[in-house]
Design a protein around this ligand. Structure first.
Ligand SMILES: NC(=O)c1ccc[n+]([C@@H]2O[C@H](COP(=O)([O-])OP(=O)(O)OC[C@H]3O[C@@H](n4cnc5c(N)ncnc54)[C@H](O)[C@@H]3O)[C@@H](O)[C@H]2O)c1
Ligand SMILES: O=C(O)CC[C@@H](O)C(=O)O
Length: 457
């Protein structure tokens, strides 16, 4: 079988070599597609690879009848409708590590350009003005305080580099511990500490419900007079209207922006201020970063088509290889137990109780649970039910799923019992993996049996 991959944003040619070299993959590159053209074409493809330009909307996903995987060559997945991908059973993978250095370096470049007004001075020079008066008033960053909101991969790298420039760094992140802050040489702060103590503030969070407009009118009110703001994360984490007012009032002395609430930001009124500098979302646009992210995401697509697992899934928890090798043998059994139950309980399922006993109780069982649900739903909902959307589809149907683990088990080293409750009945089946003999169904309701789960079930 040949899998067809469509690349709809410019990706590094060296980076996509793993795809080109795979025997079972055909790669098509078309970076000029309009949303309508993409929607028309996507039905032919098993995989779609994008950067941040292509908007992978529900409309496009709903037309992608063969699509199995969307690869994002980069970190942010806000251009992909993740709920729609999950609903339609499409796994989304990203490349979270490949552009960290480039984004951190871009942030530091923006910080220094902002503090010394370098872009403005060059623009004047380019226009023939040897103007040494307008562009005075730059400030040193030495000894200044940099506040960082979001101390993940990029935030931490920015902290490390800023310390090299002899800045004091204060960081806020709900997942930052005091120990890690100490290790990074960063003051462990609250969000308010960052707002009130910083001379420069840079933000490195994803765009989420909780981070939307995290820098807003109230935040500006708390900041020092003459604070400078840098945003190389995502447009939308910063309220641009509030920034506009803060620049107008002089509260903010300057801003350096790589990302915008609306992109392409060709008409952004913030550029009317001489104190604002900007780049067109270039944080990850280095040769190295583009090669890294394309390689990472290409490997994940190849891995998914050959091994059925991905290293960096966004809408499915990732399971380390060592753990996967221990639980994978149960996938077939669990799906069969689920399907078997659909013949025993024929009205609407309200509750599924899955018990893991013996050796199984020590394992990471969520993927087995997903396979059991898949088995239960597939018979009535069809083949589009898969690992990615099984739990989602159960939840959407109001089915409560409970997992239960117990180390004690009579007569078997491992036992997987699945019980379903409907309005009418409660039915259960249990199965085991017999050493050397493979899967067996060993119990149906209260009766002991010995069945090989094959054929229709
Ligand atoms: N400009 C670019 O081209 C470019 C390049 C790469 C990444 N990015 C963007 O940079 C951002 C950071 O990327 P990363 O790789 O460091 O991600 P990351 O996941 O490693 O770090 C994000 C951090 O934000 C923290 N966070 C979440 N909610 C928060 C909140 N309410 N307050 C404070 N912190 C919060 C998380 O705990 C996490 O530590 C993302 O938005 C990514 O899309 C932009
Ligand atoms: O694709 C790009 O150039 C932007 C990537 C960046 O915003 C990211 O989130 O990784």
């Amino acid at each position: 079988m040949t899998f067809k991959v469509l690349i709809s944003d410019p990706l590094s040619e060296d980076g996509i070599q793993p795809l080109r070299e795979a025997d079972n993959i055909q790669v098509d590159v078309d970076t000029e597609l309009s949303p309508d053209e993409l929607a028309e074409k996507i039905g032919d493809y098993d995989a779609l690879l994008v950067r941040s330009q292509t908007k992978v909307t529900k409309d496009i996903i709903s037309k992608a009848s063969k699509l199995k995987i969307i690869g994002r060559a980069g970190v942010g997945v806000d251009n992909i409708d993740l709920s729609a991908a999950t609903e339609y059973g499409v796994i989304v993978v990203n490349a979270p590590d490949g552009n960290t250095n480039s984004a951190a370096e871009h942030t530091i470049s923006m910080l220094m350009s902002l503090s010394r007004k370098i872009p403005q001075a060059f623009l004047a020079l380019k226009n023939g003005n040897w103007d040494r008066k307008t562009h005075v008033g730059g400030v040193e960053i030495n000894g200044k305080t940099l506040g960082i909101i979001g101390m993940g991969r990029i935030g931490s790298e920015v902290a490390f580099r800023a310390k090299g420039q002899r800045m004091n760094v204060i960081g806020y992140d709900p997942f930052l511990t005091k120990e890690r802050a100490d290790k990074l040489g960063v003051e462990y702060g609250t969000l308010d500490d960052v707002f009130t103590k910083s001379d420069f503030i840079t933000i490195h969070t994803p765009l989420l419900k909780e981070t939307k407009h995290i820098i807003n009118k109230e935040a500006f009110a708390k900041m020092k007079e003459g604070v400078r703001i840098i945003n190389c994360a995502r447009g939308g984490v910063l309220d641009e209207d509030a920034l506009y007012e803060a620049l107008k009032s002089g509260k903010v002395a300057g801003a350096a922006l790589d990302v915008y609430e609306e992109e392409p930001a060709v008409d952004n009124r913030l550029f009317d201020f001489p104190e604002v500098i900007g780049t067109p979302h270039l944080g990850a646009s280095t040769v190295e970063a583009q090669e890294n992210v394309a390689i990472d995401v290409s490997h994940d697509v190849v891995r998914y088509f050959t091994e059925g697992v991905a290293k960096n899934p966004v809408n499915l928890p990732s399971v380390p290889k060592e753990i996967m090798s221990k639980i994978e043998p149960y996938f077939y059994l669990s799906e069969k137990l689920g399907t078997f139950l659909t013949y025993l309980a024929t009205d609407a399922i309200e509750e599924i109780n899955i018990s893991y006993s013996g050796e199984l109780s020590e394992q990471e069982v969520a993927p087995i649970t997903r396979n059991t649900i898949k088995g239960l739903l597939k018979r009535h909902l069809g083949d589009h039910v898969n690992d990615v959307n099984a739990s989602y589809l159960a939840e959407k149907r109001g089915i409560q799923v409970n997992e239960n683990k117990t180390s004690a088990v009579k007569g078997f080293t491992n036992l997987l019992k699945v019980e379903v409750k409907t309005k009418e009945v409660t039915r259960s089946v249990a199965g085991t993996l017999l050493n050397g003999l493979g899967p067996r169904i060993v119990q149906v309701d209260a009766y002991s049996v010995d069945l090989v789960p094959e054929g229709g079930i």
